[in-house]
Design a protein around this ligand. Structure first.
Ligand SMILES: *[C@@H]1O[C@H](CO)[C@@H](O)[C@H](O)[C@H]1NC(C)=O
Ligand SMILES: [Cu+2]
Length: 532
């Protein structure tokens, strides 16, 4: 071959290698790099006025508690183990400002509304429940009974939720009035011993008419995932009286057979006229421990140009969005004054209720309707696990609550906020007919999340703020199903999930409150839809 051609070829190959190295080098510099600092400035400013929606601080809870204790004529106790027959300060929570006053303040037309707390006292000694408003905060000076104003009637003490103080007595009652008497049955059927206890799970409602306080309690093995280890014993506890000495067992169900008293069950069991359950060890199928150790790290997302959102106290800024947030011990998480491009589109978006309705052939789940807000939803918003419950790089926020406790409690990292790629473009179009063109938009959205573990269920609550101006309220249920011990006729009410275990048929209902204020305060849904 001609040596000139050879040299030209060698030079060409060299040149193309160098050109490739240079081009790759240039383009590598353009690839995003992690930046801890925000590269682009925030589009809006934090709003101090969002404080009207802020949860009470630790100091405010303490001030309200102290103020109520100073009212010695009310004779209130804050002890955790306060008995149902005594007066117990059950709840302190923010009293939301009236919308009109809050709006005027937010829009700079009037001074800040007086900050107030709602206080709920269970007056076991007087037989009723009272709700007070304590104000002003900080440094409360007065309280007002708002029970009639808010509920239009007196609230009987039987309407209260079960407190830890009452649970202590309930477990003691089962121990002394049921377990001790049935020791032979419990040992033979469930391998029960003081070290190998049975756990109680209650069903609701506690009766079928107002004033009832009779609760079917099902028993489960004391192991991880107890909710799917029912043993086949259910007891109807009558705890209507605030005096626990007057509580009774009204009925029992053992292995599908009903008994009117503990003594009757004991008698018939000893006589051998009862179809017995013979203890058999159950597999640890409900365990939370991973079956295999996870060794690999999944994909992670990172903030290439720093976080595009910012949180100051209870106010969030994110691209064109801004909103205030809070967490009610009873109803759960909520956001207020949600603005897009500085226009208020939602006054309030909040979790209100999570109901689950069950079916079963056994009394435990036959009538069951859990209305979670009656126990409290937000109170169960516990710490979120970094990298599992929320992305590793999310921002985590503490909350403080005062409910069924002797003092306010800090729930570390119980809210998380993060921006995330949602895994699909927000919109896209590819045109190949008259024109060849493509247009798409990355779907990166801000997620505001809490997770509440209420008994067996863990509800994962998300409010998601999209760049299109849409807000989504989303809930996902996980945790454990509720189950019953399998007996004749059970399979009409669910599916068998383990050897003697029925996963009961049920439905979930979730309620959110959405107060839309698109283009003004008086927008209604149809109005909104047709205005486009
Ligand atoms: C509670 O009930 C028991 C049994 O009826 C009674 O002896 C006792 O005096 C009651 N206690 C109170 C504080 O009323
Ligand atoms: Cu479910």
């Amino acid at each position: 071959m001609n040596s000139l051609v050879k040299w030209v070829l060698i030079l060409f190959v060299l040149f193309s290698i160098i050109l490739n190295i240079v081009l790759i080098g240039i383009h590598q510099n353009k690839a995003p790099k992690c930046s801890a600092q925000r590269v682009h400035p925030l589009r809006g400013k934090h709003n101090e006025r969002s404080g009207v929606f802020a949860d009470l601080t630790r100091e405010e809870y303490l001030q309200v508690q102290e103020y109520m204790l100073k009212q010695t004529d009310l004779d209130i106790s804050t002890k955790q183990t306060t008995k149902p027959s005594e007066n117990f300060l059950f709840l302190i929570d923010l009293s939301l400002p009236k919308k009109k006053e809050a709006l005027e303040y937010l829009d700079g037309k009037s001074p800040k509304p007086v900050r107030e707390a709602t206080v709920v006292v269970f007056y076991g000694a007087k037989g009723h429940i009272k709700e007070y408003v304590v104000s002003p905060l900080p440094n409360p000076k007065k309280y007002r009974d708002v029970t009639l104003e808010r509920y239009k009637k007196e609230l009987p003490i039987n309407a209260r939720t079960v407190t830890i103080g009452e649970y202590v007595l309930i477990f003691q009652f089962f121990q002394e009035k049921v377990f001790v008497k049935l020791d032979k049955l419990l040992k033979e059927s469930f391998n029960y011993s003081p070290k190998n206890n049975l756990n109680a799970f209650e069903q609701m409602p506690r009766g079928v008419q107002s004033g009832d306080r009779i609760t079917w309690v099902s028993f489960f093995r004391d192991m991880s995932g107890m909710y799917i280890h029912p043993v086949g014993l259910e007891v109807l506890l009558n705890h209507k009286s605030v005096n626990s000495s007057q509580w009774t067992v009204d009925r029992l169900l053992y292995n599908g057979q009903y008994f009117d008293s503990v003594d009757e069950l004991k008698q018939k069991y000893d006589d051998g006229t009862v179809k017995k359950i013979v203890y058999k060890e159950s597999l640890d199928y409900g365990s939370l421990k991973p079956r295999k150790k996870p060794l690999e790290l999944g994909p992670q997302q990172f903030y290439a140009e720093g976080k595009r959102y910012s949180i100051n106290k209870n106010h969030v800024l994110y691209l064109d969005w801004s909103f205030a947030f809070g967490m009610s011990s009873l109803t759960g998480m909520r956001v207020f004054d949600v603005r897009f491009k500085d226009q208020r589109i939602v006054y309030e978006l909040s979790v209100q209720e999570a109901m689950s309705v069950y079916g079963s052939v056994t009394p435990g789940m036959m009538l069951t309707k859990f209305l979670d807000s009656s126990i409290g939803i937000g109170r169960f918003g516990h710490e979120l696990v970094r990298g599992v419950d929320c992305p590793y790089e999310a921002t985590y926020v503490d909350t403080y609550r005062y409910i069924d406790a002797p003092a306010p409690i800090r729930f570390r990292n119980s809210i998380c906020v993060f921006e995330h790629n949602m895994g699909q473009p927000l919109r896209r179009h590819f045109s190949d007919f008259f024109h060849n063109s493509y247009g798409g938009m990355v779907n990166s959205a801000l997620v505001f999340r809490t997770i509440t573990a209420i008994g067996n269920y863990d509800y994962m609550w998300d409010f998601i703020f999209y760049q299109s101006g849409a807000v989504e309220a989303k809930v996902h249920a996980t945790g454990y199903i509720s189950s019953s011990y399998l007996q004749d006729g059970s399979l009409k009410y669910g599916h068998q999930v383990a050897e003697n275990v029925l996963g009961n048929i049920h439905t979930h209902f979730i309620n959110f409150k959405v107060d839309l204020d698109v283009m003004g305060e008086y927008s209604s849904l149809p109005d909104y839809c047709c205005r486009g």
